[in-house]
Design a protein around this ligand. Sequence first.
Ligand code: XIL
Length: 393
Amino acid sequence: MRRITMTLAAGAAAAALAVTLPASARWHTGDPQDQSLRALAADHGLYVGTAIDVGALSDPTYSQIAASQFSTVTAENAMKWETIEPERGVYNWAPAEQFMAFAKAHDQKVRGHVLVWQNQLPAWLTEGVADGSISKAELRGILHDYITAVVTHFQGRIWQWDVVNEAVTDPWDSPDGHITYKGFWYENLGAGYIADAFRWARAADRQALLTYNDYNIDAFGDGGPLDKTQFVYDMVKDLRAQGVPIDVVGSQAHLSTRYGNYSPFQIADAQQKFASLGVATALTEVDVRNLMPAEQTGDTMNPLLQAQAYDYSALMQGCLASRHCISYTVWGFDDGHSWTNTWDFGAGAGAEAMATLYTADYQPKLAYRAIQADLAFTGAPQVLSRIPQHPTR
Ligand code: XIL
Protein backbone atom coordinates (compact mmCIF):
# COMPACT_ATOMS: atom_id res chain seq x y z
CA MET A 1 0.00 0.00 0.00
CA ARG A 2 1.19 3.51 -0.63
CA ARG A 3 -0.20 6.64 0.91
CA ILE A 4 -1.35 9.45 -1.30
CA THR A 5 -2.30 12.83 0.03
CA MET A 6 -5.02 14.65 -1.85
CA THR A 7 -6.35 18.09 -1.19
CA LEU A 8 -10.09 18.45 -1.50
CA ALA A 9 -11.74 21.85 -1.75
CA ALA A 10 -15.09 21.89 0.04
CA GLY A 11 -16.65 25.30 -0.44
CA ALA A 12 -14.30 27.90 0.98
CA ALA A 13 -12.54 25.41 3.23
CA ALA A 14 -9.83 23.08 2.04
CA ALA A 15 -9.02 19.90 3.92
CA ALA A 16 -6.06 17.60 3.55
CA LEU A 17 -7.03 13.94 3.43
CA ALA A 18 -4.78 10.93 3.61
CA VAL A 19 -6.22 8.15 1.46
CA THR A 20 -4.77 4.66 1.36
CA LEU A 21 -4.87 3.06 -2.06
CA PRO A 22 -3.64 -0.26 -3.34
CA ALA A 23 -0.18 -0.11 -4.85
CA SER A 24 -1.59 -1.14 -8.23
CA ALA A 25 -2.28 2.36 -9.49
CA ARG A 26 -5.93 3.31 -9.30
CA TRP A 27 -5.66 5.49 -12.35
CA HIS A 28 -5.23 3.23 -15.32
CA THR A 29 -4.38 4.78 -18.59
CA GLY A 30 -6.75 4.09 -21.43
CA ASP A 31 -10.42 3.37 -21.75
CA PRO A 32 -11.90 1.34 -18.85
CA GLN A 33 -13.99 -0.56 -21.42
CA ASP A 34 -10.79 -2.15 -22.64
CA GLN A 35 -9.87 -3.39 -19.17
CA SER A 36 -10.77 -6.79 -17.83
CA LEU A 37 -13.06 -7.31 -14.88
CA ARG A 38 -10.18 -8.82 -12.95
CA ALA A 39 -7.91 -5.79 -13.53
CA LEU A 40 -10.59 -3.30 -12.57
CA ALA A 41 -11.60 -5.33 -9.51
CA ALA A 42 -7.99 -5.57 -8.36
CA ASP A 43 -8.09 -1.83 -7.71
CA HIS A 44 -10.69 -2.56 -5.03
CA GLY A 45 -8.88 -5.60 -3.65
CA LEU A 46 -11.89 -7.55 -4.95
CA TYR A 47 -11.68 -10.91 -6.73
CA VAL A 48 -14.06 -11.50 -9.65
CA GLY A 49 -14.70 -15.11 -10.47
CA THR A 50 -16.54 -17.65 -12.54
CA ALA A 51 -17.60 -21.26 -12.31
CA ILE A 52 -15.61 -23.38 -14.75
CA ASP A 53 -17.06 -26.19 -16.84
CA VAL A 54 -13.99 -28.39 -17.18
CA GLY A 55 -15.31 -29.92 -20.40
CA ALA A 56 -15.47 -26.48 -22.03
CA LEU A 57 -11.79 -25.63 -21.44
CA SER A 58 -10.91 -27.20 -24.80
CA ASP A 59 -12.80 -24.33 -26.47
CA PRO A 60 -10.09 -21.68 -26.96
CA THR A 61 -12.47 -18.71 -26.72
CA TYR A 62 -13.96 -20.08 -23.51
CA SER A 63 -10.51 -20.57 -22.00
CA GLN A 64 -9.27 -17.20 -23.13
CA ILE A 65 -12.17 -15.33 -21.51
CA ALA A 66 -12.05 -17.48 -18.35
CA ALA A 67 -8.34 -16.76 -17.99
CA SER A 68 -8.32 -13.07 -18.81
CA GLN A 69 -11.47 -11.77 -17.11
CA PHE A 70 -11.47 -13.62 -13.79
CA SER A 71 -9.13 -13.72 -10.81
CA THR A 72 -10.88 -16.55 -8.95
CA VAL A 73 -12.51 -19.75 -10.21
CA THR A 74 -14.87 -22.43 -8.89
CA ALA A 75 -15.31 -25.90 -10.37
CA GLU A 76 -18.92 -26.12 -11.51
CA ASN A 77 -19.13 -29.88 -10.90
CA ALA A 78 -15.63 -31.40 -10.75
CA MET A 79 -15.27 -31.19 -6.96
CA LYS A 80 -18.66 -32.63 -6.03
CA TRP A 81 -18.79 -35.89 -4.09
CA GLU A 82 -20.32 -37.96 -6.92
CA THR A 83 -17.36 -36.98 -9.11
CA ILE A 84 -14.60 -37.21 -6.50
CA GLU A 85 -15.63 -40.57 -4.98
CA PRO A 86 -17.89 -42.34 -7.50
CA GLU A 87 -17.26 -45.71 -5.86
CA ARG A 88 -16.64 -46.12 -2.17
CA GLY A 89 -12.95 -45.64 -1.45
CA VAL A 90 -12.08 -44.92 -5.11
CA TYR A 91 -11.07 -41.31 -5.60
CA ASN A 92 -11.18 -39.61 -8.98
CA TRP A 93 -9.10 -36.44 -8.75
CA ALA A 94 -8.43 -36.01 -12.46
CA PRO A 95 -11.19 -33.53 -13.46
CA ALA A 96 -10.54 -31.43 -10.35
CA GLU A 97 -6.81 -31.46 -11.03
CA GLN A 98 -7.36 -30.35 -14.61
CA PHE A 99 -9.33 -27.43 -13.20
CA MET A 100 -6.66 -26.69 -10.58
CA ALA A 101 -3.96 -26.64 -13.27
CA PHE A 102 -5.95 -24.07 -15.25
CA ALA A 103 -6.30 -21.86 -12.17
CA LYS A 104 -2.60 -22.13 -11.40
CA ALA A 105 -1.58 -21.32 -14.97
CA HIS A 106 -3.64 -18.14 -14.86
CA ASP A 107 -2.83 -17.03 -11.33
CA GLN A 108 -6.39 -17.50 -10.10
CA LYS A 109 -7.53 -18.12 -6.55
CA VAL A 110 -9.69 -21.19 -6.10
CA ARG A 111 -13.03 -21.48 -4.34
CA GLY A 112 -13.42 -25.15 -3.43
CA HIS A 113 -16.99 -26.32 -4.08
CA VAL A 114 -18.39 -28.27 -2.28
CA LEU A 115 -17.80 -30.49 0.76
CA VAL A 116 -21.22 -31.08 2.35
CA TRP A 117 -24.41 -30.87 0.30
CA GLN A 118 -27.48 -33.05 -0.23
CA ASN A 119 -27.20 -32.96 -4.04
CA GLN A 120 -24.84 -34.78 -6.38
CA LEU A 121 -23.94 -37.38 -3.78
CA PRO A 122 -22.71 -40.77 -5.04
CA ALA A 123 -25.31 -43.53 -5.30
CA TRP A 124 -23.30 -45.88 -3.06
CA LEU A 125 -23.76 -43.39 -0.22
CA THR A 126 -27.44 -42.48 -0.58
CA GLU A 127 -28.47 -46.06 -1.41
CA GLY A 128 -26.41 -47.47 1.44
CA VAL A 129 -28.19 -45.19 3.90
CA ALA A 130 -31.60 -45.90 2.34
CA ASP A 131 -31.22 -49.70 2.55
CA GLY A 132 -29.72 -49.61 6.05
CA SER A 133 -26.33 -51.04 5.06
CA ILE A 134 -24.71 -47.76 6.18
CA SER A 135 -25.72 -46.92 9.76
CA LYS A 136 -26.04 -43.38 11.11
CA ALA A 137 -22.91 -43.78 13.20
CA GLU A 138 -21.00 -45.04 10.20
CA LEU A 139 -22.35 -42.17 8.11
CA ARG A 140 -20.85 -39.60 10.47
CA GLY A 141 -17.49 -41.33 10.14
CA ILE A 142 -17.81 -41.38 6.36
CA LEU A 143 -18.45 -37.63 6.33
CA HIS A 144 -15.48 -36.99 8.59
CA ASP A 145 -13.20 -39.11 6.45
CA TYR A 146 -14.40 -37.55 3.19
CA ILE A 147 -13.91 -33.98 4.39
CA THR A 148 -10.50 -34.88 5.76
CA ALA A 149 -9.40 -36.64 2.57
CA VAL A 150 -10.56 -33.91 0.20
CA VAL A 151 -9.37 -30.92 2.20
CA THR A 152 -6.03 -32.62 2.81
CA HIS A 153 -5.67 -33.47 -0.88
CA PHE A 154 -6.05 -29.81 -1.87
CA GLN A 155 -4.44 -28.39 1.25
CA GLY A 156 -2.65 -25.09 0.62
CA ARG A 157 -4.27 -24.64 -2.80
CA ILE A 158 -7.78 -23.50 -1.84
CA TRP A 159 -8.64 -19.91 -0.93
CA GLN A 160 -12.24 -20.47 0.20
CA TRP A 161 -13.97 -23.82 0.77
CA ASP A 162 -17.75 -24.10 0.52
CA VAL A 163 -17.95 -26.37 3.56
CA VAL A 164 -21.74 -26.57 3.95
CA ASN A 165 -24.13 -25.72 1.10
CA GLU A 166 -27.90 -25.08 1.14
CA ALA A 167 -28.63 -26.47 4.62
CA VAL A 168 -31.87 -24.63 5.33
CA THR A 169 -35.44 -24.56 4.01
CA ASP A 170 -37.14 -21.93 1.88
CA PRO A 171 -40.22 -19.97 2.91
CA TRP A 172 -42.37 -21.93 0.42
CA ASP A 173 -40.99 -25.20 1.73
CA SER A 174 -41.32 -24.68 5.49
CA PRO A 175 -44.56 -26.47 6.40
CA ASP A 176 -44.34 -25.59 10.09
CA GLY A 177 -44.35 -21.87 9.36
CA HIS A 178 -40.69 -21.31 10.14
CA ILE A 179 -37.38 -21.82 8.36
CA THR A 180 -35.53 -24.87 9.61
CA TYR A 181 -32.78 -27.27 8.54
CA LYS A 182 -33.29 -29.64 5.61
CA GLY A 183 -31.75 -32.37 3.54
CA PHE A 184 -29.92 -35.68 3.69
CA TRP A 185 -27.32 -34.72 6.28
CA TYR A 186 -29.77 -33.07 8.66
CA GLU A 187 -32.23 -35.94 8.35
CA ASN A 188 -29.59 -38.53 9.13
CA LEU A 189 -27.21 -36.76 11.49
CA GLY A 190 -29.16 -33.82 12.98
CA ALA A 191 -28.07 -30.18 12.78
CA GLY A 192 -24.81 -30.92 14.63
CA TYR A 193 -23.20 -32.03 11.37
CA ILE A 194 -22.75 -28.36 10.42
CA ALA A 195 -20.44 -27.52 13.31
CA ASP A 196 -18.67 -30.87 12.87
CA ALA A 197 -18.03 -30.21 9.18
CA PHE A 198 -16.44 -26.81 9.79
CA ARG A 199 -14.24 -28.18 12.58
CA TRP A 200 -13.11 -31.14 10.49
CA ALA A 201 -12.34 -28.87 7.54
CA ARG A 202 -10.31 -26.50 9.74
CA ALA A 203 -8.34 -29.42 11.18
CA ALA A 204 -7.30 -30.42 7.64
CA ASP A 205 -6.40 -26.92 6.38
CA ARG A 206 -5.68 -24.07 8.76
CA GLN A 207 -5.33 -21.48 5.99
CA ALA A 208 -8.40 -21.94 3.78
CA LEU A 209 -11.35 -19.67 4.46
CA LEU A 210 -14.37 -21.76 5.42
CA THR A 211 -17.71 -20.76 3.93
CA TYR A 212 -21.38 -21.38 4.60
CA ASN A 213 -23.05 -21.03 1.19
CA ASP A 214 -26.75 -20.68 0.33
CA TYR A 215 -29.27 -19.13 -2.08
CA ASN A 216 -32.02 -16.61 -1.39
CA ILE A 217 -29.96 -14.93 1.31
CA ASP A 218 -29.14 -11.86 -0.78
CA ALA A 219 -31.27 -9.48 1.31
CA PHE A 220 -33.06 -9.51 4.65
CA GLY A 221 -36.85 -9.79 4.75
CA ASP A 222 -39.10 -8.95 7.69
CA GLY A 223 -36.88 -10.67 10.25
CA GLY A 224 -39.71 -13.09 11.07
CA PRO A 225 -39.79 -16.92 11.15
CA LEU A 226 -39.96 -17.22 7.36
CA ASP A 227 -37.01 -14.88 6.69
CA LYS A 228 -34.30 -17.25 5.39
CA THR A 229 -31.58 -14.61 5.52
CA GLN A 230 -32.40 -13.91 9.16
CA PHE A 231 -32.27 -17.64 9.91
CA VAL A 232 -28.82 -17.98 8.35
CA TYR A 233 -27.64 -14.85 10.16
CA ASP A 234 -28.80 -16.27 13.51
CA MET A 235 -27.27 -19.66 12.70
CA VAL A 236 -23.87 -18.17 11.85
CA LYS A 237 -23.97 -15.98 14.94
CA ASP A 238 -24.71 -19.00 17.17
CA LEU A 239 -22.06 -21.16 15.54
CA ARG A 240 -19.39 -18.49 15.89
CA ALA A 241 -20.39 -17.94 19.53
CA GLN A 242 -19.62 -21.65 20.02
CA GLY A 243 -16.22 -21.19 18.39
CA VAL A 244 -17.11 -22.95 15.15
CA PRO A 245 -14.63 -21.79 12.47
CA ILE A 246 -16.89 -20.11 9.89
CA ASP A 247 -14.99 -17.36 8.07
CA VAL A 248 -17.28 -16.44 5.17
CA VAL A 249 -20.97 -16.35 4.33
CA GLY A 250 -21.53 -17.00 0.64
CA SER A 251 -24.66 -15.74 -1.03
CA GLN A 252 -25.15 -17.68 -4.26
CA ALA A 253 -27.28 -14.93 -5.80
CA HIS A 254 -29.16 -16.90 -8.44
CA LEU A 255 -31.68 -14.25 -9.46
CA SER A 256 -34.38 -14.02 -12.11
CA THR A 257 -35.78 -10.87 -13.68
CA ARG A 258 -39.30 -12.32 -13.30
CA TYR A 259 -39.25 -11.60 -9.57
CA GLY A 260 -39.28 -8.30 -7.70
CA ASN A 261 -35.80 -6.97 -7.55
CA TYR A 262 -33.41 -5.84 -4.88
CA SER A 263 -31.96 -2.38 -4.76
CA PRO A 264 -28.20 -2.07 -4.29
CA PHE A 265 -28.94 -0.75 -0.80
CA GLN A 266 -30.73 -3.94 0.22
CA ILE A 267 -27.79 -6.02 -1.00
CA ALA A 268 -25.32 -3.73 0.76
CA ASP A 269 -27.33 -3.95 3.97
CA ALA A 270 -27.17 -7.76 3.98
CA GLN A 271 -23.45 -7.77 3.19
CA GLN A 272 -22.78 -5.34 6.02
CA LYS A 273 -24.97 -7.16 8.55
CA PHE A 274 -23.24 -10.46 7.91
CA ALA A 275 -19.86 -8.74 8.15
CA SER A 276 -20.87 -7.38 11.57
CA LEU A 277 -20.68 -11.00 12.79
CA GLY A 278 -16.95 -11.04 12.02
CA VAL A 279 -17.25 -13.03 8.80
CA ALA A 280 -16.34 -11.94 5.31
CA THR A 281 -18.96 -12.23 2.59
CA ALA A 282 -18.83 -13.46 -0.98
CA LEU A 283 -21.26 -13.58 -3.88
CA THR A 284 -20.58 -17.10 -5.03
CA GLU A 285 -22.84 -18.13 -7.94
CA VAL A 286 -24.25 -14.98 -9.51
CA ASP A 287 -26.54 -15.32 -12.49
CA VAL A 288 -29.71 -13.51 -13.52
CA ARG A 289 -32.19 -15.51 -15.58
CA ASN A 290 -34.88 -14.28 -17.92
CA LEU A 291 -38.12 -15.97 -18.84
CA MET A 292 -37.44 -16.88 -22.47
CA PRO A 293 -39.68 -14.86 -24.77
CA ALA A 294 -41.59 -16.71 -27.49
CA GLU A 295 -39.85 -14.56 -30.09
CA GLN A 296 -36.54 -12.76 -29.70
CA THR A 297 -37.09 -9.24 -31.02
CA GLY A 298 -35.90 -5.86 -29.82
CA ASP A 299 -39.26 -5.40 -28.10
CA THR A 300 -38.92 -8.60 -26.09
CA MET A 301 -35.15 -8.69 -25.59
CA ASN A 302 -34.19 -5.13 -24.70
CA PRO A 303 -36.22 -4.92 -21.47
CA LEU A 304 -34.80 -8.29 -20.40
CA LEU A 305 -31.21 -7.28 -21.11
CA GLN A 306 -31.68 -4.07 -19.15
CA ALA A 307 -33.40 -5.74 -16.20
CA GLN A 308 -30.64 -8.33 -16.09
CA ALA A 309 -27.93 -5.66 -16.18
CA TYR A 310 -29.61 -3.87 -13.28
CA ASP A 311 -29.56 -6.97 -11.10
CA TYR A 312 -25.92 -7.79 -11.88
CA SER A 313 -25.07 -4.20 -11.06
CA ALA A 314 -27.11 -4.08 -7.84
CA LEU A 315 -25.18 -7.13 -6.65
CA MET A 316 -21.85 -5.57 -7.61
CA GLN A 317 -22.64 -2.27 -5.91
CA GLY A 318 -23.89 -4.08 -2.81
CA CYS A 319 -20.65 -6.04 -2.69
CA LEU A 320 -18.46 -2.99 -3.24
CA ALA A 321 -20.29 -1.22 -0.41
CA SER A 322 -18.92 -3.65 2.17
CA ARG A 323 -15.17 -3.79 2.68
CA HIS A 324 -15.64 -7.40 3.77
CA CYS A 325 -17.18 -8.59 0.50
CA ILE A 326 -14.12 -10.34 -0.91
CA SER A 327 -15.31 -12.00 -4.11
CA TYR A 328 -18.00 -11.76 -6.78
CA THR A 329 -18.28 -15.03 -8.71
CA VAL A 330 -20.62 -15.68 -11.62
CA TRP A 331 -22.01 -19.18 -12.20
CA GLY A 332 -20.71 -19.51 -15.75
CA PHE A 333 -19.96 -16.49 -17.91
CA ASP A 334 -21.57 -17.31 -21.26
CA ASP A 335 -25.09 -18.30 -22.27
CA GLY A 336 -23.73 -21.30 -24.16
CA HIS A 337 -22.50 -23.00 -20.97
CA SER A 338 -25.06 -22.02 -18.35
CA TRP A 339 -26.84 -24.56 -16.15
CA THR A 340 -29.99 -22.48 -16.70
CA ASN A 341 -30.25 -23.87 -20.24
CA THR A 342 -31.45 -27.20 -18.89
CA TRP A 343 -32.54 -26.61 -15.28
CA ASP A 344 -36.21 -26.33 -14.35
CA PHE A 345 -36.75 -23.34 -12.07
CA GLY A 346 -40.52 -23.90 -12.02
CA ALA A 347 -41.48 -22.80 -15.51
CA GLY A 348 -40.09 -25.88 -17.28
CA ALA A 349 -36.57 -27.01 -18.21
CA GLY A 350 -34.72 -24.19 -19.95
CA ALA A 351 -37.69 -21.82 -19.77
CA GLU A 352 -35.64 -19.33 -17.73
CA ALA A 353 -32.20 -18.78 -19.19
CA MET A 354 -30.00 -16.16 -20.89
CA ALA A 355 -28.59 -15.70 -17.40
CA THR A 356 -24.93 -14.80 -17.93
CA LEU A 357 -22.65 -11.90 -18.89
CA TYR A 358 -21.92 -13.05 -22.46
CA THR A 359 -24.04 -14.32 -25.34
CA ALA A 360 -23.56 -17.88 -26.56
CA ASP A 361 -21.17 -16.51 -29.21
CA TYR A 362 -19.14 -14.76 -26.51
CA GLN A 363 -20.25 -11.18 -27.05
CA PRO A 364 -20.40 -9.16 -23.83
CA LYS A 365 -23.96 -8.19 -22.88
CA LEU A 366 -25.17 -5.01 -21.21
CA ALA A 367 -24.78 -6.75 -17.84
CA TYR A 368 -21.05 -7.12 -18.50
CA ARG A 369 -20.74 -3.39 -19.25
CA ALA A 370 -22.79 -2.54 -16.16
CA ILE A 371 -20.51 -4.34 -13.71
CA GLN A 372 -17.43 -3.22 -15.61
CA ALA A 373 -18.60 0.38 -15.16
CA ASP A 374 -19.38 -0.24 -11.48
CA LEU A 375 -15.79 -1.36 -11.00
CA ALA A 376 -14.34 1.47 -13.07
CA PHE A 377 -16.35 4.38 -11.74
CA THR A 378 -16.52 3.71 -8.01
CA GLY A 379 -14.18 4.77 -5.27
CA ALA A 380 -13.91 6.77 -2.08
CA PRO A 381 -15.72 7.85 -0.01
CA GLN A 382 -18.37 5.09 -0.28
CA VAL A 383 -16.22 2.39 -1.83
CA LEU A 384 -12.94 1.58 -0.12
CA SER A 385 -10.52 -1.25 -0.68
CA ARG A 386 -11.37 -4.72 0.66
CA ILE A 387 -10.21 -5.89 4.07
CA PRO A 388 -8.72 -9.38 3.58
CA GLN A 389 -10.28 -12.09 5.74
CA HIS A 390 -8.14 -14.42 7.81
CA PRO A 391 -9.18 -17.85 9.05
CA THR A 392 -10.94 -17.90 12.43
CA ARG A 393 -8.81 -19.70 15.00
C1 XIL B 1 -25.29 -26.89 -10.65
C2 XIL B 1 -24.43 -27.03 -11.90
O1 XIL B 1 -24.29 -25.77 -12.49
C3 XIL B 1 -25.07 -28.00 -12.86
O2 XIL B 1 -24.21 -28.27 -13.96
C4 XIL B 1 -25.41 -29.32 -12.15
O3 XIL B 1 -26.10 -30.17 -13.02
C5 XIL B 1 -26.25 -29.06 -10.92
O4 XIL B 1 -25.57 -28.15 -10.08
N1 XIL B 1 -26.22 -24.35 -6.32
C6 XIL B 1 -24.95 -24.88 -6.24
C7 XIL B 1 -24.28 -25.37 -7.46
O5 XIL B 1 -24.35 -24.81 -5.16
O6 XIL B 1 -23.41 -26.44 -7.21
C8 XIL B 1 -25.29 -25.79 -8.51
O7 XIL B 1 -24.58 -26.10 -9.71
C9 XIL B 1 -26.28 -24.67 -8.74
C10 XIL B 1 -27.05 -24.36 -7.49
